[in-house]
Write a protein that binds this ligand. Structure first.
Ligand SMILES: C[S@@+](CC[C@H](N)C(=O)[O-])C[C@H]1O[C@@H](n2cnc3c(N)ncnc32)[C@H](O)[C@@H]1O
Length: 238
């Protein structure tokens, strides 16, 4: 929170403003068109890590990938932040589907995190949950000036397409349908009405029978949506 406050304070200083109210007016009046995106980038919370909530990855592997007989497995990581979730999934799919046809679409509203995600370079100390096997097979350890960092291997990176999508607005027309959607640790930031709106919009591009994952810290309780709960945080579209 202090970081957000100090980053916003810098914007106030930049424009010589005296209050957050004045800054809000400046963003709203549209005279500085890039400021809106900058404000979004400052205000969003982007915490994430590799193989966060490992039970979800186990479920995808055991119940979906091992039984997969379809022709193109399509997965959407719908609040991808800096890419750790999307690349964890890409490693899992590489391991289990190999050369079969599959693709991952990953999106976020924040353009800064999307830039980080596309680069695919991370600090070695962000690896708590990653199995050594994944690190050995799908990551390249940095040397010399890159010491302490690793990069997700190109063959995994190339399988993930990152793009900006605001979940509160109409979805891009050309998304197609997905077999699996991850929408984790983002609903917590919205009120019930917005949550319902977002979940309905997102699952409109989930195939019937497709799987939908939210965080264990979140709930769809009280929302009327076309999903049946398989276990807490894992749903299937009716
Ligand atoms: C805490 S991160 C979650 C990252 C990852 N899904 C995970 O569980 O580790 C939440 C992400 O949601 C994004 N976000 C917030 N509001 C959004 C919106 N309206 N549309 C798309 N993404 C949004 C933020 O930019 C942030 O990167």
């Amino acid at each position: 929170m202090t970081m957000v406050a100090s980053r916003l304070a810098k914007r106030l200083l930049h424009y010589g403003l005296h209050s957050y109210g004045q800054y809000y007016q400046l963003v709203k009046n549209g005279q500085h068109p890039h400021e809106f995106q900058l404000m979004i980038n400052i205000l969003t919370t982007n915490e994430t890590y590799f193989f966060r909530e490992p039970k979800h990855f186990e479920y995808v592997q055991e119940h979906l990938l091992k039984k997969w007989r379809g022709d193109n497995f399509r997965l959407w990581s719908a609040a991808s932040s800096t890419g750790e979730e999307s690349y964890s999934l890409a490693m899992l799919l590489t391991k289990n589907l190999g050369m079969k046809k599959w693709e991952i679409f990953a999106s976020d509203i924040n353009t800064e995190v999307l830039d980080v995600a596309r680069r695919g370079v991370y600090l070695m100390n962000r690896l708590e949950n990653m199995e050594q096997d994944y690190l050995d097979k799908y990551c390249l350890k940095g040397v010399r000036s890159q010491d302490g960092y690793f990069r997700v291997d190109e063959k995994v990176r190339n399988r993930v397409q990152f793009d900006q999508v605001n979940l509160k607005s109409q979805l891009p027309k050309n998304l197609g349908l997905f077999d699996v959607i991850f929408l984790r640790n983002v609903l917590i930031y919205f009120d019930k009405e917005t949550k319902l709106d977002i979940v309905r919009r997102v699952i409109s591009v989930l195939k019937p029978g497709g799987h939908f994952f939210i965080s264990h810290a979140e709930t769809l309780h009280g929302l009327t949506v076309d999903l049946r709960m398989i276990k807490p945080s894992i749903y299937q579209k009716l």
